[in-house]
Design a binder for this molecule. Structure first.
Ligand SMILES: Cc1cc2nc3c(=O)[nH]c(=O)nc-3n(C[C@H](O)[C@H](O)[C@H](O)COP(=O)(O)OP(=O)(O)OC[C@H]3O[C@@H](n4cnc5c(N)ncnc54)[C@H](O)[C@@H]3O)c2cc1C
Length: 250
C-alpha cells in the first residue's frame, strides 16, 4: 500500500494583492470630487480617511470596497472547498480545468494527502444532542479520539489503495477519484475583493461579537480567519470599520 500523508493543516497564502484603504477612499471620493479624486485623497489625514471608510461601512455603500483584490493559494480538504465555492459573488478560483477552477481530479492524479482532525478539535455530539442552528461539540475522550483516528486513517488508506488499483487497470482519474472521500486535499486559487471577502468572513468565521453570529465548520473558519488577517494587514481601516459595525459586509 502506498504512503499517504495525514494532516490537519489548511494552507491559505496571500499570493497577490492590489490596492488598500486608499483605493476605497479614492473610489468613494469620485462621487463628489470627480477627477480630483485620484490625487486629493492622498492629502487627506488618516482620520479623514478612517472617517469616510467608517461612514461607507455604516451606510453600506459597498461598491467602493470592490476596488481592490486579494488572491490566495489554498490547500484544503474537499469538504472545505465544497463550502467555499458556495460563495459566488466577487470570488473566482484560478485554475483552467474545472468550473470552479480548482485543481482537477479529472486531468491529474491527486496527491495522497488526507485530512485528520486535531486532538483539540471538539467533535463529539453533546449529550443534549446536535442543534443545527447552533452546532457545538464536546472534546473527544482519548479513547473516542483514538478510535476515530483509526477509522479515518483506515478510510484514507483503503480509499487511496482503491484509487491506485483503479488507475492501475486503466480507469479514468475522474471515476477512480470517487474512492477518495471528502478528506482528500485539493489546491486552488481564490481571488476576492474586500467587499466579497468581508461577506465570506462574516459567514465563515464564528465571532460572538458579530451582529449576526455564524456557526461555520471549524476548518473553513480556520481558513476564513487567515483571509481576515490578510485583510486586516492590507486594509486596516476597512477591517476596523467592518469589526466596529458588527462584522456585516457593506
Ligand atoms: C453556517 C452555514 C451553514 C450553511 N448550511 C448550508 C446548508 O445546509 N445547505 C446549503 O445548501 N447551504 C448552506 N450554507 C451555504 C449558504 O446557504 C450560502 O450558499 C453561502 O453561505 C454563500 O452565501 P451567499 O449566497 O450570501 O454568498 P454569495 O454567493 O457570495 O452572494 C453574496 C450576496 O450576493 C447576493 N446574491 C448572490 N446571488 C444571488 C442571487 N442568485 N439572487 C439574489 N441575490 C444574490 C446576496 O445578497 C448574497 O448574500 C451554509 C452557510 C453557512 C455560513
Amino acid at each position: 500500500m502506498s504512503e499517504i500523508t495525514l494532516t490537519s493543516e489548511i494552507t491559505v497564502k496571500l499570493v497577490d494583492s492590489m490596492g488598500g484603504d486608499l483605493s476605497i477612499v479614492r473610489a468613494a471620493r469620485v462621487s463628489t470630487a470627480g477627477a480630483k479624486a485620484v490625487a486629493d485623497p492622498e492629502r487627506e489625514s488618516p482620520e479623514a480617511q478612517a472617517g469616510l471608510i467608517d461612514f461607507l461601512m455604516k451606510m453600506r455603500h459597498g461598491s467602493a470596497f470592490e476596488h481592490s483584490t486579494l488572491s490566495f493559494f489554498v490547500h484544503a480538504p474537499a469538504f472545505v472547498w465544497w463550502e467555499w465555492v458556495r460563495h459566488r459573488v466577487g470570488m473566482s478560483i484560478e485554475c483552467p480545468e474545472l468550473s470552479f477552477n480548482l485543481e482537477s481530479g479529472r486531468y491529474r492524479q491527486l496527491e495522497p494527502v488526507f485530512w485528520v482532525p486535531r486532538r483539540e478539535r471538539p467533535m463529539v455530539v453533546p449529550s443534549d444532542g446536535f442543534k443545527p442552528t447552533r452546532p457545538s461539540f464536546d472534546l473527544a475522550s482519548e479513547g473516542i479520539y483514538n478510535a476515530a483516528m483509526i477509522a479515518i486513517e483506515h478510510a484514507a488508506r483503503s480509499g487511496w489503495a482503491s484509487y491506485q488499483a483503479m488507475l492501475a487497470i486503466g480507469m479514468a482519474n475522474e471515476v477512480a477519484r470517487t474512492a477518495l472521500g471528502f478528506g482528500i486535499y485539493y489546491s486552488g486559487y481564490v481571488t476576492a475583493n474586500p467587499r466579497s471577502l468581508m461577506h465570506f468572513v462574516s459567514l465563515r468565521t464564528h465571532n460572538p461579537q458579530a451582529k449576526y453570529v455564524s456557526y461555520p465548520q471549524s476548518e473553513i473558519a480556520e481558513a476564513g480567519a487567515v483571509t481576515e488577517r490578510f485583510l486586516a494587514e492590507g486594509w486596516p481601516l476597512t477591517h476596523a470599520a467592518f469589526v466596529k459595525h458588527g462584522r456585516v459586509a457593506p
